[in-house]
Design a protein around this ligand. Structure first.
Ligand SMILES: Cc1cc2nc3c(=O)[nH]c(=O)nc-3n(C[C@H](O)[C@H](O)[C@H](O)COP(=O)(O)O)c2cc1C
Length: 396
């Protein structure tokens, strides 16, 4: 290598190292700032209001083209990259469905360093959701009680929103659109509900923007309950979806309240259909998953995110991967707050991991912290890259 070329090369490495060190320091300062200042202020607001304000701020930042500043938190490393289903993921950590119901956050999610986003859940018709409040925080349990009932602007407006973003936004930042049935009395029957899912999926196909779809069969807070979490009904829904001949891979958002034998029956159904992946899983219904179930009165409706979801979902991922190996791509969701939490799900069999609650409890710098921590865990265990770690708990 010529001398000046060598100097330039070393310069790049040095700049990258400096960049890494500087960002780590910024993340540390941000963590302490978030815990000591921002979070106490944020947590003084009702969580419904705090969520609304977060979305408004995100929109404003995007209008002002200000989101680039958030790059200061992100962490990049080629060892975290994967190609799955023909899509490039720059790291395995994504945003799970529910935080960004109307697709306001993709530019921010990408800049803070997430590898992908699951937006929605969205429904064929505009959906007002359940009466408020939608959220309650349980700080001592690191959990949020969620009772939104699928409020969103409806698929037509949401597609318009997605189309407004420049296509380059989606470069190595895949968007999955979570589709649910409109939560109203008219869609409580299976026939109408299936037509509702299919309507959304047809519109998404026509628009051609989203490279992945997630079918939310397990939203617990809806009219008629969770209709598609029995094998016979899931079969009906997936038959109808197969008939659409979708060009994009579909994931199923799995329930978390089934005993393994019942869960396995749903997997058998999914296996017979054009299902590429499983998101494991949705909110937790069982309040005994709380360390102190008394923190939540029986009169309070809703289901649990965060820590109570952690072990239940990791166990389901482990068993699913144990039975199906690479047949399904698994997105592990539930109580991921640290690199160790994410890594446990990856070792259990998840290729990707997604979160909601940690972003609120830990702050946005948590994304870079987790990704950096994952690389340290790969080093510890002698893995070259994240792909080697997927399912490694089964190869002990
Ligand atoms: C505020 C909030 C809203 C949610 N809304 C949805 C939703 O619309 N669709 C869905 O499939 N899951 C929804 N979820 C569930 C999350 O996607 C995720 O499965 C669950 O919260 C566990 O992940 P976490 O512990 O990282 O929060 C929601 C969760 C939260 C906290």
């Amino acid at each position: 290598m010529a001398n000046c070329e060598c100097q330039r090369y070393c310069g790049h490495i040095w700049a990258a190292a400096e960049n890494c060190r500087m960002k780590r320091t910024v993340r540390k300062i941000s963590r302490s700032g978030y815990q000591k200042l921002a979070k106490p202020l944020l947590f003084r607001q009702h969580p419904d209001k705090a969520h609304e304000n977060m979305i408004k701020t995100a929109r404003l930042l995007h209008q002002m083209r200000g989101e680039n500043i958030l790059r200061v938190w992100n962490y990049k490393n080629p060892r975290l990259e994967q190609e799955l289903l023909g899509l490039k993921f720059k790291n395995p950590l994504g945003m799970s469905a529910g935080l960004d119901k109307n697709f306001d956050l993709p530019p921010i999610a990408k800049r803070i360093g997430l590898g992908f986003e699951i937006g929605g859940s969205t429904t064929a018709q505009v959906c007002a959701g359940n009466p408020r409040p939608w959220f309650r925080r349980l700080p001592s349990e690191k959990s949020i009680v969620v009772n939104v009932g699928l409020a969103n602007n409806g698929i037509t407006r949401n597609i318009e929103r997605i189309q407004k973003y420049p296509r380059r936004l989606w470069h190595d930042f895949p968007l999955s659109v979570s589709v649910a049935k409109t939560n109203n009395l008219e869609n409580a029957s299976d026939r109408e509900a299936i037509a509702d899912y299919c309507d959304s999926l047809r519109q998404l196909e026509r628009a051609g923007y989203a490279p992945l779809y997630e079918i939310n069969i397990s939203c617990p807070n809806t009219y008629g309950g969770e209709p598609f979490t029995t094998p016979a009904r899931l079969e009906k829904l997936l038959n109808a979806i197969d008939d659409l001949h979708l060009t994009r891979p579909i994931f199923i958002k799995m329930p978390t309240d089934k005993k393994w034998l019942d869960f396995a029956k749903l997997l058998e159904v999914a296996d017979r259909h054009k299902v590429a992946g499983l998101t494991i899983g949705n909110l937790i219904k069982d309040r005994l998953a709380l360390q102190n179930p008394k923190v939540l009165g029986d009169n309070i409706e809703g289901n649990l995110s965060g820590k109570p979801a952690q072990k239940i979902t990791t166990d389901l991922i482990y068993k699913t991967y144990g039975k199906y190996r690479s047949r399904f791509i698994i997105i592990g969701v539930g109580g991921v707050f640290t690199a160790e939490d994410a890594y446990e799900k990856i070792r259990a069999g998840a290729s990707l991991v997604a979160m909601v609650t940690a972003l609120m409890f830990e702050g946005p710098q948590v994304v870079g912290e987790i990704n950096e921590g994952l690389v340290k865990l790969l080093d510890r265990d002698g893995f070259q890259n994240i792909t080697e770690a997927v399912g490694s708990a089964h190869r002990r």
